[in-house]
Design a protein around this ligand. Structure first.
Ligand code: WQD
Length: 346
């Protein structure tokens, strides 16, 4: 698993271990801490193998795959993922996110590991004209470089699968056929119920939930709400927030779907709850579920933000047998428990 010390990665490691998988983590710790491995072990009782690797370096990545050449599958999380930040430093996003993917794919080919779960994103849809989005909703121009790196990544994977099929048709294919599932995440928030792992943003959080919990914890003075002049019921943008544990479970369902053997090629799945909530809805949920009063102020829009998006996630339910189950209040309550644990308050 690449990026396994990260927010979604660490929760997915725990879920995989609890389902009987052995996990090897490659992570450069650019947006996470090595101590996450200790906490994963505290939760699951198993310590995953962890190697600090910069996957955007071809040499380092191929060396990692030389050592770990017996993987049955790869889950590729490792990427920079902040919408606002990607507008400010686009070259870092293209270099890091695309080079890492290309290096991982080369490493997989060399070790004949052709089963991949790819961490994609609802940002590939840009601002959809029709909601909720299904996997057939056209991918409009992404609103930010981050979303564009995910669109480019999906195209790379589509071309890779097509190339294999062409070779196979000419009886020239080498190695196993590719099996690739691209999971299009919506907005993952919340934390493991133990309070031992959660979102650990470096520096000032770009995402809404950690900014809310850090404001409530007194680390930030107040939350700036980026605009209330959108064409939504309360004027603030709408997103499909999903509990990170529900998202982690989707990855296990994806792997099991590919292990069944009758799947080949590539497919895409929306991993969301199907419910859209506004920024003010999330703030109200946080105040309701924690009893904290949140200090916030409405300010101007953030460049790169879309107005509203939420998923039609029926395909994942039908084909992967996966459905989100946790409520918005469970998400905000678990995020607060994690924040308090970070401050040693529990
Ligand atoms: C959510 C809403 C902001 C911070 C995320 C991930 C991205 C992708 C899609 C997986 C927006 C508002 C935020 C703040 C605010 N997921 N906000 N004040 O931009 O939807 O993208 O989901 O791939 O990786 O980053 O999430 O949490 O940044 O913003 O008002 O201080 O909260 O304007 O409407 P976003 P976010």
């Amino acid at each position: 698993m690449t990026g396994g010390c990260g927010f979604i990665g660490s929760h997915t490691v725990v879920e995989l271990q609890q389902q009987g998988y052995t996990v090897v983590i490659a992570d450069n710790l650019s947006n996470s801490l090595a101590s996450v491995v200790d906490n994963i072990e505290k939760i699951s009782g198993q310590r995953p193998v962890f190697e600090q690797v910069d996957l955007s370096s071809r040499q380092a990545c191929l060396q990692f795959f030389n050592i770990h050449s017996d993987a049955d599958a790869v889950i590729h999380f490792a990427a920079a993922k902040a919408v606002g930040e990607s507008v400010r430093i686009p070259l870092h996003y293209y270099r890091n996110n695309i080079d890492s993917l290309l290096n991982v794919l080369e490493g997989m080919e060399k070790s004949d590991c052709r089963t991949l779960v790819f961490s994609s994103s609802c940002t590939v849809y840009g601002q959809p004209k029709k909601l909720p989005v299904t996997e057939k909703t056209p991918r409009l121009a992404a609103n930010c470089p981050y979303g564009n790196t995910k669109q480019i990544a999906e195209d790379i994977l589509t071309d890779l699968v097509h190339a294999y099929r062409v070779k196979a048709a000419a009886k020239e294919a080498v190695g196993k056929p590719w099996k690739i599932l691209a999971l299009r995440y919506f907005n993952p928030i919340g934390a493991h119920p133990s309070g031992l792992i959660g979102e650990l943003p470096n520096g000032v959080p770009g995402n809404l939930m950690p900014f809310i919990t850090q404001t409530a914890a007194g680390i930030r003075e107040k939350l700036m709400v980026f605009g209330n002049d959108y064409n939504t019921p309360d004027g603030t943008p709408i997103r499909d927030y999903i509990h990170v544990c529900d998202l982690a479970a989707a990855h296990v369902c994806a792997l099991k779907h590919m292990e069944k053997g009758d799947f080949e090629g590539m497919d895409f799945f929306n991993i969301g709850t199907g419910c859209g909530y506004s920024v003010l809805d999330v703030i109200k949920s946080f105040e309701r579920s924690t009893g904290c009063k949140l200090n916030y102020e409405i300010t101007t829009r953030r460049e790169g933000d879309i107005e509203q998006i939420w998923a039609n996630a029926e395909k994942a339910e039908k084909i992967l047998g996966w459905k989100a189950s946790r409520t918005l209040d469970e998400m905000t309550r678990s995020a607060w428990k994690w924040q308090q644990n970070l401050q040693g308050k529990i």
